[in-house]
Structures are given as C-alpha cells and as structure tokens.
Design a binder for this molecule. Sequence first.
Ligand SMILES: Nc1nc2c(ncn2[C@@H]2O[C@H](COP(=O)(O)OP(=O)(O)OP(=O)(O)O)[C@@H](O)[C@H]2O)c(=O)[nH]1
Ligand SMILES: [Mg+2]
Length: 202
Amino acid sequence: MNINFKNVRLEATKFDSYPTYNGAENLPEVAFIGRSNVGKSSLLNTLVGSKSLAKVSRLPGKTRSVNYFNVDHKLYFVDLPGFGYSKAGKSETERFKKLIEKFFLSNNKLILVCQLIDSRHEPTKLDEIANNFLMNLSIPYCILFTKVDKLKQSQRAKLLDRANEFIKSKQSVEMIPFSSKSGEGKKELLSYIESIYKKSVN
Ligand SMILES: Nc1nc2c(ncn2[C@@H]2O[C@H](COP(=O)(O)OP(=O)(O)OP(=O)(O)O)[C@@H](O)[C@H]2O)c(=O)[nH]1
Ligand SMILES: [Mg+2]
C-alpha cells in the first residue's frame, strides 16, 4: 500500500488538456501549480529523488505543457506550466489560462492540489486569484512555501505570520515550508500525499 516515490517515469506530455488525460492506468492525480519559476519542477524532482526528471530552468517559463509522472503505478504527479510569466506573449498566456482552467474544471481524478508560493515574497495578485479559484473546487488543497533555504532567520520568523494572513478566514489548510536545495519539507509532504492517497482509495 505504501508508495515507492522513486519508481517514477514521465508518462505523457500534453499541450491541450481537453479531453483530460486518462492514462494507461487511469490513476488519481496530484497537481502542482504556482507562478513561473516558483520551483514546481524542482520540487517534483526532489520528491522522487531525481535530478533531472522534470526540466528545471533559471529562466521562468520552462514548463509549457502538462506533464504526467506515473508514480509507482499508484498516482500521477502533474507538473503544470507556471502562471504569470510576463515574457510569454498574450496568446501563450491565454493558452496557459485556458489549459489550467480546463485542467481543474473538467478533472474528477484530482485527489490533491498543491499551490506553490515563493516564501521570500508576498503572495502576488495572481497567487491570490489562483488560491480563491482552487479553494472553491472542494478538492483537498495545500500550500507549499518554496525556497525556504534562501530565507534569513528574520524572514523565516515572518513566514508563518504571512502564511496565516494569506489564508485568514479560510478553512484550515495544510502548509508546508519546502526547499529543493536542503530537502526541508520533503518527508512531511510525502507522508501528507500518502495519507491523502490512502483516503482516496478506501
Ligand atoms: N535556492 C533554491 N532554488 C530553487 C529551489 N527550487 C527551485 N529553485 C531554482 O528556481 C529556478 C526555477 O525552478 P523550476 O523548478 O524550474 O521552477 P518552475 O516553477 O517549474 O518554473 P516554470 O516551469 O517556468 O513554471 C531554478 O533556477 C531552480 O534551481 C529551492 O528550493 N531553493
Ligand atoms: Mg517547471
């Protein structure tokens, strides 16, 4: 029943999410969404213990398709293109927006949505819009604060306040500080995903 997160392969790459990808095994999905460059692909690599499974770049706008990683024949990790990439042209931005909306609105296989927010900065307007949209889907939802290795002690202390401010008056939400560099948060996130998975198959 336990998931072997290291048994992973890229199964499919989609540029259009309609109809949604069913995959050979029709597995439940865990999606990772957030601003361009926030560290989605890096986080996925860290979770599965790989350096290069998902493509990472210093420049925003690296992931432009929806990538389905088959994890141990039990679930898919879905790496989405980042939103808010200012250098992408208008039509590219529109395409991403439609792709992401369709991905979430016509998908009944999602068991968890993880929104990534850069721990160094205030959440952006787009982070807030995404947060509102995602929390209204009534799918289990969590926030991952990325790149915490870059925080100074004083910023670290403020993170919790900022996090609470961000989700104030919303239902209780799992929040995990994460670093792909130090591995902080990895264990916690994997056990959280595993617990959600177990609930979904019971
Ligand atoms: N210090 C530090 N750098 C990180 C961390 N995670 C990602 N980065 C760096 O941030 C940059 C962007 O990482 P990606 O994983 O490609 O980000 P992404 O969210 O997938 O970006 P798009 O595919 O463009 O949407 C790369 O230079 C990474 O090395 C982290 O935890 N700590
Ligand atoms: Mg990416």
